[in-house]
Each structure stands twice: as structure tokens, then as C-alpha cells.
Design a protein around this ligand. Structure first.
Ligand code: ADP
Ligand code: MG
Length: 412
């Protein structure tokens, strides 16, 4: 069903409060729920986990598996429109929902983002308009395709076509023998082999596109990953080459248009060496939802990526977002609850809260914790947005935060 305008705080023809639904109850769903509730919408979350971050704070929490027919029926009965917060939501569930309710992004768009083979093919199709290509790659789905892999894709990274995230489902390979052994170990599931590129850096773009085809982008994020997980996002003057950032935004809009995408989409890029020593872009992957790298928008822009998701779903206007503060986002992984820091010099075996009082005493620190009930190494527990009127100040405060938390310092 197509989207119609759902005015905040209004009631449906059956007299029920306008309710927005989300498939998935993780932190992204939680922040969507928070943005929707701030505008006066009721919310419903479908997630089987009774302690899911979004389920805990939503008006309604439907506690069934994602493909449970009764759960989906309840969600449709409660909600005027439905979105998703994770890309591995079963596509057939979105098809079912989409037959009866407006769903954004659509099942078709989510299906492209769920599968690296389709995703890369889409990027290649878009390249004449987007101006940006993916890394050289080959799809590997049969022994014949494995044998036919061009030699110049090695050394490369073998990635499962589906269900990979935070560097999981990826194996670096240097030779054909290693490649064959790695594919074997992945049980010969459909994969792509991507050429290993020397990266200068990484960046990403959040684009929000309405059902009317109007698309806006947020300022481009410079990302630093550690152990395959996003560690830091920097968005301020000088973080990225300005012309490169503009090209990334134009490319992201072209990709969203080509998909007829409705909702919030994040596209990740590699920054590589181009001609004449200039930086160049390679498109990596996309997420059909708000993204960890876009969290800075909550405190540094006049529109957050989550409010943009609400607006796109509710058919409300999407004005061009304006960044009003220099921003750095620090991801807070569960490790911080165990590792030594300035307030707690010895590592502990039982989880202990990081020194929030000291962190929050610094100007422009905005703590977002996801309400997860237990900390584990590598688990995303929250993030900290640091904002300031100048680049020097945001870097200075971030340096202090990183020292307090016992995290590696910013690059010079
Ligand atoms: P995930 O779904 O786990 O985020 P990505 O494809 O984004 O998977 O890969 C995770 C990280 O691995 C990237 O952010 C980048 O740092 C590195 N990486 C992935 N592909 C390549 C490549 N072709 N060349 C160099 N580094 C890569
Ligand atoms: Mg990635």
C-alpha cells in the first residue's frame, strides 16, 4: 500500500491513536520509537525478545518471531504504517505487511540491501548516474564460478552474500587455495569475493527520501572502524575533502532514486587513491535504515536521522537538514564496562559503569545508552555524541572523553 500523510497526534478513522510500527526492537528501533513518540505518535514494536531496547519503551510490544503470522496480523491491526530497523528482517514478512499497510522501505528495497550480490549489481547499474563503482568483485555461488575468479581479485575478502555485519562472515584470502578453503569453511553459501583495496579512509552518507521522490542528505560522516566495528564518526569541517563529500552525497541520492527508495538509507564508501593523488570513492554497501554512523545527527543537526525516518514513513515534509555543531560520535561497546579507565585503573571481571559523571561534566557531551540489561565485549551498549562550536573544541573534548574511557586517542 502506498503512504499517506499521517499527521502527528491525530486519530485513525477507527478512532485509534495514529501508531507507527517497527520490525525489530534493537537500538535503532528504540531511537525511532523515541523520535516518533516525541512527535506525538504511538508506537508498536515486533520483536521476540521481552527485553529488547525498543520493546521496553514502546506503547505496544508484540512478542513473536518476525515471520509469525499472528504477530504480523497484530502489528498491522495496531499500525497505520510500518518500517524496519534491521536489514535481516525476513523479506516475506515485509511483503505480507506491505499488502495491507504502507511499509517503508519496501520489501523490494530491503531484499536488495540484504544480499551483497544484488546490492553490488545495483551499484554497478547505478554507476553511470552515481559516478561511483563498487570494488572489483565476483559472485561465487558455484564451483565453476569459484574456478573462474580472475586472478587480479586476489588478495581479496570473501564475504557471505547474506547476514554479514560488523565484519562477521568475512575472510581475507591471498591465494586460490585459501579462497577455496575459506569458501568450504563457509559451507559454500553464496558469497562475493572483493578485491582488497588500500583504503585511505571510510565515509558514509545518510539519505532520506520521501514517497514524493524528494531526497535530502545529511553531512557526510568520516568513519573509523576497529576490529570490524564502527568506533568513531567525525563530522566537521576538514574531516573529509569537501569535493569528495559532495560526490558521495550526489551518489547516495542517485542510488536512492534508482531504487525508488522511501525512508532512511545509509550508504558506506571507501576512500581510495584516485588520479593525480586526489582521493576517490568506491561504494561499499548500504543499510536500508538509519545507521550507527548517522547517530551524530541527533545532537549536531536540526533534524535527526530517526526523525527523518518518522517523517518519511508518515508522509511529512523532509527539509534539508542543517548541521549546527561540529560533531564526533564515540561508540560505547560492552568492553568499556570491564576495561580500565581513568576512574577505574584496574580491569574488572564484573561489569562496572564507565565514569559517566566525569564524562558528562565536559561541555557538549550527549550520552545515549540503549537500555541493554547486560554488557558483553563487542556489544553495542550506547554511543556518545560530542558537539562543539568549533573543530578544535570538539576534538579537545573528545580527547578528554577518550582518555577517561581508556579508549585509543584520535588520529592527529
Ligand atoms: P559489514 O557488513 O561487516 O560492515 P563491510 O563490507 O562494510 O561489512 O566490511 C567491514 C569493513 O571491512 C569495512 O568497513 C572495511 O574497513 C573493511 N573492508 C571491507 N571490504 C574491503 C575491501 N574490499 N578492501 C579493504 N577493506 C575492506
Ligand atoms: Mg559495513
Amino acid at each position: 500500500m502506498s503512504l499517506k500523510t499521517l499527521l502527528p497526534g491525530s486519530t485513525s478513522p477507527t478512532g485509534q491513536q495514529i501508531t507507527l510500527g517497527v520490525m525489530g526492537g534493537g537500538q535503532l528501533g528504540r531511537m525511532f520509537v523515541q523520535a516518533a513518540q516525541a512527535m506525538g505518535y504511538f508506537t508498536a514494536v515486533l520483536d521476540p525478545d521481552p527485553a529488547s531496547p525498543a520493546g521496553l519503551i514502546s506503547h505496544y510490544h508484540i512478542l513473536t518471531p518476525y515471520d509469525d503470522e499472528q504477530g504480523l496480523a497484530q502489528l498491522m491491526q495496531r499500525c497505520e504504517a510500518i518500517t524496519t530497523e534491521f536489514e535481516n528482517v525476513p523479506a516475506p514478512a515485509l511483503v505480507t505487511l506491505g499488502a495491507h499497510r504502507p511499509v517503508a522501505p519496501s520489501a523490494a528495497c530491503v531484499a536488495v540491501a540484504q544480499d551483497r550480490i544484488k546490492e553490488k549489481a545495483h551499484f554497478v547499474q547505478c554507476a553511470p548516474v552515481s559516478g561511483v563503482f563498487p570494488a572489483p568483485y565476483a559472485a561465487i555461488t558455484t564451483d565453476a564460478l569459484l574456478a573462474a575468479v580472475p586472478a587480479d581479485l586476489l588478495p581479496g575478502i570473501l564475504k557471505t552474500a547474506r547476514l554479514g555485519y560488523d565484519g562477521k562472515g568475512q575472510v581475507r584470502v591471498s591465494t586460490r587455495e585459501e579462497l577455496a578453503a575459506a569458501w568450504d569453511r563457509l559451507d559454500k553459501v553464496p558469497c562475493v569475493l572483493e578485491k582488497l583495496l588500500p583504503l585511505r579512509g571510510e565515509c558514509s552518507v545518510i539519505v532520506a527520501r520521501g514517497a514524493d521522490g524528494q531526497a535530502v542528505t545529511f553531512p557526510v560522516q568520516k568513519n573509523t572502524h576497529r576490529d570490524g566495528i564502527l568506533a568513531l564518526t567525525e563530522v566537521h569541517e576538514g574531516a573529509l575533502d569537501a569535493a569528495l563529500a559532495q560526490r558521495a552525497q550526489a551518489s547516495a541520492v542517485a542510488i536512492a532514486h534508482h531504487l525508488h527508495y522511501v525512508g532512511v538509507l545509509c550508504i558506506e564508501y571507501f576512500v581510495v587513491d584516485g588520479a593525480n593523488g586526489q582521493p576517490d570513492l568506491v561504494v561499499n554497501e548500504m543499510a536500508p535504515r538509519p545507521h550507527n554512523s548517522g547517530h551524530y545527527t541527533q545532537d549536531a543537526c536540526d533534524l535527526s536521522q530517526f526523525e527523518a525516518q518518522v517523517r518519511a514513513l508518515a508522509g511529512l515534509p523532509l527539509p534539508v537538514p542543517r548541521q549546527h555543531s561540529a560533531a564526533i560520535m564515540v561508540n560505547l561497546l560492552g568492553d568499556l564496562w570491564f576495561e580500565p579507565n581513568a576512574a577505574r585503573p584496574k580491569p574488572s571481571a564484573i561489569p562496572v559503569s564507565p565514569p559517566w559523571a566525569q564524562v558528562l561534566a565536559l561541555p557538549g557531551t550527549h550520552l545515549h545508552l540503549y537500555g541493554k540489561l547486560s554488557a558483553r565485549a563487542g556489544r553495542k551498549m550506547g554511543h556518545l555524541n560530542i558537539t562543539a562550536p568549533s573543530v578544535a573544541q570538539v576534538r579537545e573534548t573528545t580527547a578528554q572523553v577518550l582518555a577517561l574511557l581508556g579508549l585509543p586517542a584520535l588520529d592527529a
